[in-house]
Design a protein around this ligand. Structure first.
Ligand SMILES: Cc1cc2nc3c(=O)[nH]c(=O)nc-3n(C[C@H](O)[C@H](O)[C@H](O)COP(=O)(O)OP(=O)(O)OC[C@H]3O[C@@H](n4cnc5c(N)ncnc54)[C@H](O)[C@@H]3O)c2cc1C
Length: 355
């Protein structure tokens, strides 16, 4: 039987799983997995934060695939530089390109290029020990804004807020531990353009945010907006429901007075980074859900947020309209008789005992 020779460019999970499927489906398949880096596993090795061993466990499964004698890993081979498509076409019957997404999507707001503003890919590459980036990173800001409400944003916020020594049980590199030990950040503010039912956090990643005893996770009430479209996705999607429930828990929790805080700001879009010569503050615009799962600007911008506060930034505390509770209204999914709000959510304080 003539072997079918396949080149897979990129040794991240996509490339390695492609090699696995090819060798399982075709007895004649022989696969070379090429990567520009000397070591395989892509962003699982050089992206996922070191304190997430559970996610990094996937490396074991990927390693078992690479141990297949019909699959070869060839590191230090850059597609486009060391080898062109025509070279691969000459030597292989098929080529699969699985090179991932290594760069950030640009954010087009004034001030984004000021010193002190960094794409997450650079910071993540530093703390994950990526060989392409410098070894040192100066973490001298006391208050840091993280723009974007997905798991990468959570990783970045957690790495900035958690004390370096809590990372010593992980595979963190020495230079990264030293850099984090000198970190001055006390308050990390994560900004999400849309509301609690639209954020892209995974339930488990969000829950893990509060696992450090040195970090309080604070959800700001202003922007915790749940419209009808949100309610419908909450009732139909378990993952979204778990995320919203966790956000609610954070919103209702009493801060412990921990030395570090992660603040989650929902329905706040960044509009400018401000500063003379380097980032000193961020200006955000309050957004409003538009009923389709998207958010539109309200025109109401924040005062520039800069220096850390010891607690939450000013939020508009509301009271439940039908009971004397002073806890934030909004937050429950079933409505008791006589306690209605425009969103259909309500204060835990006016829930019936069996609620
Ligand atoms: C900070 C962060 C946290 C994450 N956390 C999670 C999480 O908790 N759970 C989860 O499921 N996912 C998480 N992810 C996402 C996950 O890592 C990616 O979805 C996954 O790695 C994508 O796999 P991939 O194979 O498509 O790309 P990659 O992992 O990016 O692999 C692409 C490979 O291609 C190589 N390559 C690129 N260009 C070339 C070239 N020209 N020539 C040769 N080789 C090349 C790269 O070196 C790399 O090894 C996270 C990602 C990041 C950045």
């Amino acid at each position: 039987m003539r072997p079918i020779r396949v080149a897979v460019v990129g040794a991240g999970p996509a490339g390695i799983y492609a090699a696995d499927i090819l060798t399982k489906e075709y007895d004649a398949a022989e696969v070379d997995v090429l990567d520009r880096l000397p070591a395989p596993y892509g962003l699982v090795r050089y992206g996922v934060a070191p304190d997430h061993p559970r996610i990094k466990e996937i490396i074991k499964a990927l390693g078992r695939v690479l141990a297949n004698p019909r699959i070869r890993f060839l590191g230090n081979v850059e597609f486009g530089t060391d080898l062109k498509l025509t070279d691969l076409q000459h030597h292989y019957d098929a080529v699969i390109v699985a090179t991932g997404a290594a760069t950030d999507r640009p954010l087009d707001i004034p001030g984004i290029d000021l010193p002190g503003s960094h794409g997450a890919a650079d910071f993540v590459s530093w703390y994950a020990g990526h060989p392409d980036v410098p070894r040192d990173w100066t973490l001298d800001a006391e208050s840091v804004a993280v723009i974007g409400a997905g798991n990468v944003g959570l990783d970045v916020a957690r790495m900035l807020a958690k004390p370096a020594d809590e990372q010593l049980t992980t595979e963190i590199a020495d230079n990264v531990h030293r850099g984090l030990a000198a970190n001055r950040a006390k308050d990390v503010h994560v900004f999400a353009r849309r509301g609690p039912a639209q954020v892209k956090f995974s339930p488990m990643e969000l829950r893990e945010l509060s696992h450090s005893p040195s970090v309080d996770v604070l959800v700001e009430e202003d922007g915790f907006q749940i419209d009808e479209a949100s309610q419908s996705v909450i009732s139909s999607n378990k993952g979204v429901r778990l995320v919203v429930d966790t956000l609610l828990k954070y919103l209702e929790a009493t801060p412990t007075g921990a030395a570090h805080r992660i603040h989650l700001h929902l329905c706040h879009a960044p509009v400018a980074l401000l500063g003379e010569g380097r980032v000193e503050a961020i200006r955000t615009e309050r957004t409003q859900l538009d009923g389709t799962g998207n958010a539109v600007g309200t025109g109401s911008t924040s005062r520039p947020r800069s220096k850390p506060s010891t607690g939450r930034w000013a939020t508009s505390r509301r009271t439940c309209p039908t009971c004397p509770s002073t806890t934030p209204q909004v937050w429950s999914r079933t409505m008791p008789a006589g306690c209605s709000t425009s969103t259909g959510w309500r204060s835990p304080a006016c829930m019936p005992p069996d609620g």
